[in-house]
Design a protein around this ligand. Structure first.
Ligand code: KIV
Ligand code: ZN
Length: 432
């Protein structure tokens, strides 16, 4: 018997991606305070939420999902605190999530009372398995649920005219939903909200669970991009999760396929394997010559604050931020990096081998780039002596001395700092 279960077939059109490169950054939405927070072992208290909110504002996020106020009193109080203490900058929109349930929608609008502008994010699950197993609804029942929620949005917004409202709809479990059904339900909601090119609605396509390769997700996004009604009055958004480890690729391909906005979390926090990592996405753009519009020039400080808020460590090999990502241990890498630094000019393209970007651009120092252990060769040793002790070894001495260092490290099995290398050099050549 086949021990693997077949994955349900998804009907897809032929792939005809609209853009093959990403030429500008998407609109970013941080859901660190909602999807990220709800997945923490110990959810953030108000103080930690405030630190996270400040951090997100300082990085440059203009749209921030601040919570699920109808589900949690802490989230409700936090939203009220932001509004009452006037902590939301004028150019930042807060977003709150609400399920398609009347009393919870009332509570969400209540949480937002008095704010200048807000995005209210409505969701209900739409895939066959959810309709059948979780909700006990057929297609029509699922549409009716969403339609009555969307209608209530209009009514409640009219009672709070002091706020500039924007509405967002997510067919949760989109990636497992029949595409025509996802289109029908989104179109029905748009018929109620009647967005315009001046006041667009957001249609968010979540990979609630990442179930396919990124190109399949992008095909689904492209189909919606081509077939949704009122396309010029919609911001098409994606919300990838990372269950197959491909969230970043999925978001990038989705942008090539028509998505204009991306929801995710710093360093990929979020449910299970996380939401898509916005830091990696943004810095991937940066290394392609496109400024992401977010400031990661002090990435160590950002990582420190995020670790404090989430109480989760960031892995040492995490792209762009991990402790080890600007470090070369192997001799040939060290040699190439040394040669690259010697010719790299300040105002030209970054071309130092093995380093995808100038570590200084994210506030990292050159110091940690070259480290020496038993895998390293003469290049790294010479580099450290030259950089830290202004000592330039002739080639033959480099070879001779590196054998001495090697022997020492083989015996100790430890990494050597440049100070240790210098001491060995002194012992060997400078002492009587
Ligand atoms: O992953 C998801 O589907 C969500 C929705 C509520 C947007 O977080
Ligand atoms: Zn999510």
């Amino acid at each position: 018997a086949n021990k693997y279960r077949p994955f349900p077939a998804i009907n897809l059109p032929n792939r005809t991606w609209v853009n093959q490169i990403i030429s500008h950054p998407p609109t970013w939405l941080s859901t660190d305070l909602r999807d990220g927070n709800q997945a923490l072992i110990e959810p953030m208290n108000i103080e930690r939420k405030l630190r996270m909110f400040d951090l997100l504002v300082n990085i440059g996020f203009k749209e921030i999902e601040v919570g699920f106020p109808s589900a949690s009193q802490t989230d409700f109080d936090f939203v009220r605190h932001l509004i009452e203490q006037q902590l939301i900058p004028d150019d930042v929109k807060i977003q709150v999530l609400t399920p398609a349930r009347q009393e919870l929608i009332h509570r969400s609008f209540e949480a937002l009372r008095g704010t200048k502008q807000a995005i209210v994010h409505l969701y209900n699950a739409t895939s066959p398995v959810f309709r059948r197993t979780v909700l006990g609804l057929n297609r029509e029942g699922t549409i009716n649920l969403a339609v009555s929620a969307a209608t209530l949005f209009n009514q409640l917004a009219a009672t709070q005219p002091e706020t500039n409202w924007q509405f967002q709809y997510s067919p949760e479990t989109f990636t497992a939903t029949e595409l025509e059904f996802a289109k029908i339900i989104c179109d029905r909601i748009l018929d109620i909200w009647k967005p315009t090119p001046e006041n667009k609605a957001i249609i968010n396509l979540p990979a609630t669970v990442e179930v396919s390769t990124p190109n399949i997700f992008a095909d689904q996004v492209e189909w919606m991009h081509r077939n949704l009604s009122r396309r010029d009055s919609i911001i098409l958004c994606v919300h990838p999760h990372n269950d197959r480890g491909c969230g970043v690729a999925a978001a990038e391909l989705a942008q090539m396929a028509g998505a204009e906005r991306v929801e995710g979390c710093l360093f990929g926090n979020g449910e299970r394997t996380g939401n898509v990592d916005l830091v990696t996405l943004a810095l991937n753009l940066y290394t392609q010559g496109i400024h992401p519009g977010l400031d990661f020039s002090n990435i160590n400080e950002i990582a420190r604050i995020v670790e404090e808020c989430t109480q989760l460590p960031i892995p040492k090999r995490h792209p762009y931020v991990g402790d080890l990502v600007f470090t070369a241990f192997s001799g040939s890498h060290q040699d190439a990096i040394k040669k690259g630094f010697a010719v790299q000019k300040y105002d030209t393209f970054w071309e130092v081998p093995y380093l995808p970007l100038d570590p200084a651009d994210v506030g990292r120092s050159y110091e940690s780039i070259v480290r020496v252990n038993s895998q390293s060769g003469k290049g790294g040793i010479a580099f450290l002596l030259e950089r830290d002790y202004n000592l330039s070894l002739p080639r033959r001495l480099q070879i001779e001395f590196s054998q001495i260092v090697q022997k020492f490290m083989d015996a100790s099995g430890k990494e050597l700092a440049s100070r240790d290398i210098w001491q060995l050099f002194e012992q060997e050549y400078l002492q009587e």
